[in-house]
Design a protein. Structure first.
Ligand code: XMP
Length: 389
């Protein structure tokens, strides 16, 4: 329930349907006009029967019909892409390793084949072995011919040196990415010509959430075509923009993407930068990567991975005292974040088994040099967020 605002007086002809102790008008409507309003969020999982409210509205009041079939959607979408993109036109797309851009890439690949140029930038903020897995999937398994890998680890780390502010980190990462991406696009234009479109894996919630979140990835999108010459401004194509995440996943599977990639937990665009609190450097990232790999390994072994929305490690930039053998240690801490959620709008911390947590903590402290303390995050969203920065 949103308590920031209150309805004081209803328009003529409207009735109150529900109230709470603090909110005298929590749901209201007018049967004749078929207009209804609620002050709470029927769409979030914490609202019991929220889906029934939505179902009643969509099917009984608005009289919509269930005509949406994913199978038709793929064929239709491939046809649409073929119609929009001219026979000589080429498309560039930034692959992030995440589900959305991967599915957008495969869909476009089905439609236009090697006229799709995928660019994968290693920003040095990826999870362990991610760059190897992404290349293997697209180049070897899916036979993408025009897959371009760019190793820009040093450039990103150099620009992030000493930066602590999360929004500043996002801004730097976003701009560096665009710069590299566009430089590559210019190079590809010289070599292949007719680079006309920029494809993005934007999905429906990205568009809905644009105003509701502060994620700079969204802001960055509006700055696209930043360094491209005027005669090369790219047109945007977003084949997944009407879909929800679960639909994107189903389409990905139908298009032959490996389940492992499709069911991967979401990962923020700015990567480990927003999970490495404070200034970033190679050593800290390496500790974080190792700890995160251990966490994921153990969560998978315990068959918990698919039950969680996200599970990851956060590097905490302060030192505390510990003891190892006969020695006193003074090293960094890290936090484990594991949450259950349907849509990331709300989330509850996962009540992981103590034994599992103990195993993870022991392994991290034993195997990751530089970390001597692991804490478990027991905050829900709201009021906390899933990520730390
Ligand atoms: P929060 O932290 O706001 O995260 O509860 C909600 C979901 O969004 C992901 N997230 C991001 N994704 N760029 C992204 O592409 C970002 O800057 C970013 N920040 C958070 C987060 O992982 C979670 O699934």
């Amino acid at each position: 329930m949103s308590h920031g605002d209150q309805i004081i007086k209803l328009p003529d002809g409207f009735e109150v349907y529900a109230k709470t102790e603090n909110c005298p008008i929590a749901a209201y409507g007018n049967e004749e006009y078929k207009l209804y309003g609620v002050q709470f969020h029927p769409e979030v999982t914490n609202t019991p029967k929220g889906n029934i409210i939505l179902e009643n509205f969509v099917f009984k009041i608005a009289k919509c019909k269930k005509e949406w079939k994913l199978k038709d959607w793929i064929t239709q979408s491939i046809n649409d892409i073929k119609k929009i993109i001219g026979a000589e036109d080429k498309v560039v797309l930034g692959l992030s390793g995440g589900v959305d851009s991967a599915v957008a890439a495969v869909l476009l690949h089905e439609a236009i084949g090697e006229r799709l140029h995928s660019i994968f930038v290693n920003n040095g903020l990826l999870r362990k072995n991610e760059e190897i897995q992404v290349q293997k999937t697209f180049k070897e398994n899916l036979k993408f011919k025009n897959f371009h890998y760019i190793d820009a680890k040093d450039l990103f780390l150099e620009r992030l040196k000493g930066v602590e502010d999360p929004e500043e980190k996002r801004r730097i990462i976003g701009y560096a990415f665009i710069e590299i991406f566009e430089k590559k696009t210019i190079e590809l234009e010289r070599k292949f010509s007719n680079m006309k479109y920029l494809a993005q894996g934007t999905i429906y919630p990205d568009r809905v959430e644009t105003s509701a979140t502060s994620h700079a990835s969204v802001k960055i999108k509006s700055h696209h075509n930043l360094t491209l010459p005027d005669n090369m401004k790219l047109k945007l194509i977003e084949p997944l923009k009407e879909l929800y995440k679960d639909e994107v996943r189903k389409i990905g599977i139908k298009l032959g993407l490996p389940k492992k990639l499709i069911n991967r937990h979401p990962f923020p665009g700015p990567g480990l930068a927003v999970r490495c609190i404070g200034p970033i450097n190679k050593e800290r990232l390496e500790m974080l990567r190792k700890a995160d790999q251990i966490l994921i390994e153990e969560i998978k072994n315990a068959n918990m991975y698919d039950k969680l929305w996200q599970a990851f490690v956060v590097f905490l930039p302060f030192k505390t005292v510990g003891v190892m053998g006969d020695y006193r240690t003074y090293e960094y801490a890290c936090a484990i974040r594991a949450v259950e959620s349907q849509d990331a709008m709300t989330a509850t911390f996962a009540k992981l088994d103590w034994k599992l947590l103990e195993k993870i903590s022991t392994r991290i402290i034993n195997e990751v040099k530089g970390i001597n303390r692991v804490v478990y995050d027991i905050s829900n969203k709201p009021p906390s967020t899933i990520e730390y920065e």
